[in-house]
Design a protein around this ligand. Structure first.
Ligand SMILES: [Zn+2]
Length: 480
């Protein structure tokens, strides 16, 4: 059964539950939320998936260190990630945890399919391993014998018999996938990067661990001595969340998926996972959107530098919708982004306090004054649609440029008021200027719905009342 044109399935990566939610993941999940909300406004039936990745050595050790049961440790962190839903007003409808029994059963069925198709075998495994990344490292990945992403962790040597996935068998199929789908990875620079990685030859990767050393994983079917390597089980979440393999109807209704990921996830999502899908005889993902890294004042964010910005800190300072606006405004997929508190403050003040907020309160006040003495009513158009220039950007996931179009519309409306000076006019002339201003504000709020849902709904409601009243500031001035 071909996928219905009327469904849309989007997912974030599943964050690993060994740390608090950080700003990079907040950006990823807000972007996914903006896309999901937009698609719902376009009358699509949407599934928006997120969740938590809960197996593996790193989590097992952390739990031991804290003296708690690994499941209890995961429960605590999964709750922290699910708190993001209200913190950032997210509209996801699936939250999959890789410790869910239905996910574990799906991962086992997936393993069986790959095994039956001849892509899983056992061999002795000797490798350098970074527990921080939960990834194998070759000599060329290391700097001074350490993982450059985790310089404070020792590289470990693994020497045991493991199951392997025949990644090397999928080189031609992967290259064809990229060639036939030039948008498969966005931005194009990241597609080039993964293409050349695959072109250079693929090495089979280990997909199990000895249970005696690392019990915190999904059991390998028919081999009680092994558990699955965390990546192999976690990647299956994108289909287990749809009910695969039991609910094939739902799977076929929504698959393939649009995936978001950070650039450190490029290989896993756009090569390893795609090869696993080939192996299991399932269709590939639809598209992978890759985010850059976020730095703070030009420096890598790190606990030791004390420059970590948490999503909660942003919401405390700017409010939910302004945080969403500032995050999406940071840049486009693939770009590395730099934040500074000073720049965020300046942007909040210029675009939101002085921009949108001021525009709304000025116009509301003038309408109130006029309506106090007349029976004039303003009735903005109902049943709007998105203009095609905006739609095109949103459909191509160019979120920050779509948002800039809205910011431009706010400046244009301000300019319109400065040029027309309705406060100097009387009678019909004034009414017609205010009518246009209300129309422009309503249009702006309409476009803002996916980005700033509460603010947009508030403005739309306020300016469609028969009597428009003064408005409380939408974006209060920041404390000094
Ligand atoms: Zn590492």
């Amino acid at each position: 059964m071909p996928k219905s044109q009327n469904t849309f399935y989007i997912t974030t990566t599943l964050p690993y539950v060994n740390a608090e939610p950080h700003i990079g993941f907040a950006l990823e999940i807000v972007e996914a939320d903006v896309i999901a909300r937009y698609q719902r406004l376009m009358k699509k039936e949407v599934i928006f998936n997120t969740g938590t990745d809960e197996h593996g050595l790193k989590i097992y050790r952390k739990a031991l260190e804290k003296g708690v049961d690994p499941q209890a440790y995961c429960d605590e962190y999964a709750a922290k990630f699910s708190e993001l839903k209200s913190l950032l007003n997210l509209s996801y409808d699936h939250f999959i945890r890789t410790t869910d029994p239905k996910h574990k059963a799906a991962a086992q069925e997936f393993w069986n399919r790959c095994l039956q198709n001849g892509h899983i075998y056992k061999k002795n495994y000797q490798v350098k391993y970074c527990v921080g990344c939960e990834l194998e490292k070759t000599e060329s990945d290391l700097v001074n014998g350490k993982c450059p992403l985790h310089p404070n962790l020792e590289i470990e040597l693994i020497d045991e018999e493991n199951y392997f996935f025949k990644f090397s068998a999928f080189q031609d199929q992967l290259l064809k996938l990229y060639k036939d789908n030039p948008d498969f990875v966005k931005p194009p620079t990241k597609l080039k990067e993964i293409q050349s990685f695959v072109q250079n030859g693929l090495e089979d990767f280990s997909i199990s661990r000895l249970k005696s050393k690392m019990p915190w994983g999904v059991a390998v079917p028919h081999d009680p001595d092994h558990v699955m390597y965390v990546w192999f089980d976690a990647l299956v979440n994108y289909i287990s969340t749809l009910g695969w393999p039991n609910d094939i109807e739902n799977f076929e209704k929504f698959w393939p998926v649009i995936q978001l990921a950070g650039k450190d996830n490029l290989r896993q999502q756009s090569a390893m996972w795609q090869a696993m899908l080939f192996s299991a005889g399932l269709p590939n993902s639809k598209q992978i959107l890759i985010n850059g890294f976020i730095s703070v004042d030009g420096q890598k964010m790190s606990k030791s530098l004390g420059n970590v910005i948490s999503p909660k800190e942003l919401v405390d300072r700017y409010g939910i919708d302004a945080t969403r606006y500032l995050l999406v405004g940071l840049g486009s997929f693939g770009e590395d982004m730099d934040v500074s508190k000073k720049r965020l403050d300046a942007q909040y003040t210029a675009d939101l306090s002085n921009g949108l907020g001021n525009l709304c309160s000025r116009v509301a006040k003038m309408c109130e004054k006029l309506q106090a003495n007349t029976d004039v009513s303003f009735s903005p158009a109902k049943g709007r649609s998105f203009p095609s220039a905006f739609t095109k950007k949103m459909n191509n996931f160019n979120l920050s440029t779509a948002l800039r179009q809205v910011t431009q519309a706010i400046s244009d409306a301000d300019q319109y008021l400065s040029d027309q000076k309705p406060w100097q006019k009387i009678g019909e002339a004034q009414i017609s200027i205010l009518q246009s201003a209300v129309e422009k504000i309503t249009e702006i709020a309409w476009l803002l719905q996916p980005f700033m849902p509460q603010t947009a709904a508030h403005i739309l409601k306020h300016f469609s009342e028969p009597k428009i009243t003064s408005m409380q500031p939408l974006f209060p001035r920041l404390p000094e």
